[in-house]
Design a protein around this ligand. Structure first.
Ligand code: NAD
Length: 365
């Protein structure tokens, strides 16, 4: 497989991988003068144009980059479908080190590739990409969202993401404990980052007892200076007594090792891909009697915020729409209980149902 083409690849191995999860289009982007090597994957545009961030990462190989962009773009289709947005799923990856390989020319060229898709893909921020980078991309395409607030954009989506996670957590509490009141509940948050910090504030206000960990002590101390939280060591989070485990750092923290240690009745956090293996660990959490709030359902506040920018940004409206995560999550838990299936499966079914209804009504894009 080569990236030395601006046309969709005719490599049958790539098409085979697209067939696996039903991707519509993959664009390989290469530009020698700027050193740009990127892949844009459009998974599904049944509900509308595909929207998903661009990730800049020093992938070990083009194959790794392709695997990531195919997986991430598919996830966006489900996330937007569940959030009730008229958006499809897409994602882009730029192969490179975000600390050393960024340039204005590279992002301007990347914007031209995005533009060549005529709005079938709209880009935004993801790992390694800042609102300032999106501003540069916007110089060559209008199909980019997530501009700084000072430029009329939706800015940092983290407060809205945290609000959605909070509402999803409340819905999980309602299902697990019969009440969505979190006062007196012990919530252990992994990750004192952008989402983690905002979530701490919401939980403390609701009367929850918050345990917090991070690998950076300074971040923990900054939050502890503002809120009554109990700080714990990074590895201790899997062994403490808690009601709710809230992963807000990395993916795959629900795995063979941690599952036997986790003492919680609910898992609800912002991190993407919390289950190391969706099928294996999705089943296992259910068998253990833990209610898992699917990450792609409850962390949709960020995409809701971004979508709002496309129609003239209004944060109050974005928050109102994000509040809907509560009802969607509750419907997912009820379906899971009624059909005796893991919650991730119930969420996927909900998304598939919306996609199938839209297909029957006639594809828009
Ligand atoms: P962030 O980078 O601001 O914060 C992540 C925090 O996790 C950092 O403080 C980091 O030091 C900490 N961390 C890393 N490894 C850790 C470990 N082993 N133990 C404890 N802490 C650790 O990221 P964020 O924007 O707060 O996002 C958090 C998660 O939510 C990410 O997985 C992200 O992909 C996901 N997410 C974020 C948004 C959003 O709007 N920001 C939207 C959807 C999903």
């Amino acid at each position: 497989m080569s990236l030395a083409t601006t046309k969709p690849s005719t490599d049958l191995a790539v098409i085979g991988r697209m067939e696996e999860h039903d991707h519509e289009e993959v664009l390989f982007c290469y530009d020698k003068p700027t050193g740009l090597r990127a892949i844009i994957a459009i998974h599904n545009t049944t509900l509308g144009p595909s929207l998903g961030g661009t990730r800049m990462w020093p992938y070990a190989s083009e194959r790794d980059a392709l695997t990531d962009v195919l997986r991430l773009s598919r996830g966006m289709t489900y996330k937007s479908a569940l959030a009730g947005l008229d958006l499809g799923g897409g994602k882009a990856v730029i192969i490179g080190d975000a600390r050393t390989q960024k340039s204005e020319a590279l992002f301007r060229r990347f914007g031209q590739f995005v533009d060549s898709l005529n709005g079938r893909y709209i880009t935004a921020e993801d790992v390694g990409i800042t609102t300032a980078d999106i501003k540069t991309v916007r110089q060559t395409t209008k199909y980019a969202a997530g501009l700084p607030e000072a430029d009329g954009g939706s800015g940092d989506p983290s407060p809205v993401t945290a609000y959605g996670v909070f509402m999803g957590m409340k819905a999980a509490a309602k299902q697990a404990y019969g009440s969505d009141d979190l006062s007196g509940r012990t919530v252990a948050i992994q990750g004192a980052g952008h989402v983690g910090e905002n979530l701490v504030a919401l939980l403390v206000k609701d009367g929850a007892k918050v345990l917090l960990t991070d690998i950076h002590q300074d971040k923990l101390e900054a939050i502890a200076a503002k809120h009554p939280v109990t700080l714990i060591a990074p590895e201790a989070i899997y062994d403490v007594d808690m009601d709710i485990y809230s992963p807000c750092a990395l993916g795959a923290t629900v795995n063979d090792d941690t599952l036997s240690r986790l003492k919680c009745s609910v898992i609800a956090g912002a991190a993407n891909n919390q289950l190391a293996n969706e099928h294996v660990h999705g089943e296992a959490v259910m068998k253990k009697g833990i209610l898992y709030a699917p990450d792609f359902l409850i962390n949709a506040g960020g995409i809701i915020n971004c979508f709002s920018e496309l129609n003239g940004y209004d944060r109050a409206k974005a928050l109102e729409q994000t509040r809907g995560i509560y009802d969607t999550a509750l419907a997912c838990f009820k379906r899971s209980a009624a059909e005796n299936i893991p919650t991730y499966k119930a969420a996927n079914e909900q998304a598939e149902q919306r996609l199938s209804m839209a297909r029957k009504a006639g594809k828009r894009f």
